[in-house]
Design a binder for this molecule. Structure first.
Ligand SMILES: O=C(O)[C@H](O)[C@@H](O)[C@H](O)[C@H](O)COP(=O)(O)O
Length: 265
């Protein structure tokens, strides 16, 4: 069961009453975006987050998507990554590899993870270089509005403090607009060192999905989805700052994360 709400310029919201329903709809949504992108551009570029998001991708490697999705046309990057070894339990690459990439036939040379032998600063610069190469190769388009790379899909999962990717409340990284990839050394959630997409890159995507599940996300979702008024400092809840400039924003929530929303209709 799911309830769908048109949030106008804040996108579309679907509230699910079960993990299974959310995972099923999310898989169908991603498979549809993949089909459209492959048909239109010959490829599908997706940036993943870490956390519980990966557990919601399980339906994608089941029937019918295991056969119907053109996995060889997928290009996978990360919207944020911890500056740890790719074999470290905190690595988003490891989390994704173990629970998703190892189950679908995405080509290894289409998966772009950070260079874990570099400092976090150099890893951010190197990752931006990789993305610039994908733009040059026309795997990634650029936004006609701000020249940022235009991912076909960016999948975000909201932290209990309203963070998205590794953009944390009141962090100076939220102001970054010159770079596509920035780095932080003082994340409010361990580990402290991370690289992350900047907001302009997130907001340049053709499609952004924001996933929020669990009661600990309810307050952040209230500020992100309901009208918080002119006085509200959106940098307190980075999820409020997800506003695709010419793309589609879809919120996938469970009942707990949506429990403080003041939805009409
Ligand atoms: O590297 C990270 O820390 C993740 O990308 C981060 O953005 C995560 O997705 C959120 O903190 C939500 O995590 P949960 O979904 O597990 O609550």
């Amino acid at each position: 069961m799911a309830a769908v709400y048109d949030l106008k310029q804040r996108g579309q919201l679907t509230i699910f009453d079960s993990f299974d329903d959310l995972a099923t709809d999310l898989a169908e949504y991603i498979a549809q975006l993949s089909e459209i992108s492959v048909k239109e551009r010959g490829c599908f570029t997706v940036a993943l987050s870490g956390g519980s998001l990966i557990s919601f991708l399980g339906k994608l490697y089941e029937a019918p998507y295991d056969k119907t999705v053109d996995w060889t046309k997928w290009y996978v990057l990360w919207a944020d990554e911890r500056a740890v070894s790719k074999s470290h339990p905190d690595s988003n690459y490891k989390l994704t590899k173990d629970n998703f990439l190892s189950k679908v036939p995405i080509l290894n040379n289409h998966v772009y993870s950070i260079n874990d032998n570099l400092t976090v600063e150099d890893a951010a610069m190197q990752y931006e270089f990789v993305i610039r190469q994908l733009v040059k190769a026309r795997i990634l388009n650029v936004s006609s509005i701000n020249d940022c790379p235009k991912f076909d899909l960016i999948l975000l999962s909201v932290g209990s403090n309203g963070s998205i990717a590794s953009l944390f409340p009141h962090h100076p990284a939220l102001e970054q607009s010159d770079d596509w990839i920035t780095y932080i050394t003082d994340a409010s959630e361990p580990p402290p060192e991370r690289i992350t997409f900047t907001l302009p890159v997130i907001n340049s995507a053709s499609n952004v999905v924001v996933l929020a599940t669990g009661e600990d996300k309810a307050t952040a979702m209230h500020f992100a989805v309901d009208d918080s008024g002119e006085e509200f400092d959106a940098s307190a809840v980075p999820a409020c700052l997800v506003r695709p400039v010419d793309g589609k924003l879809v919120w996938f929530m469970d009942m707990l994360a949506a429990s403080k929303l003041q939805l009409s209709g």
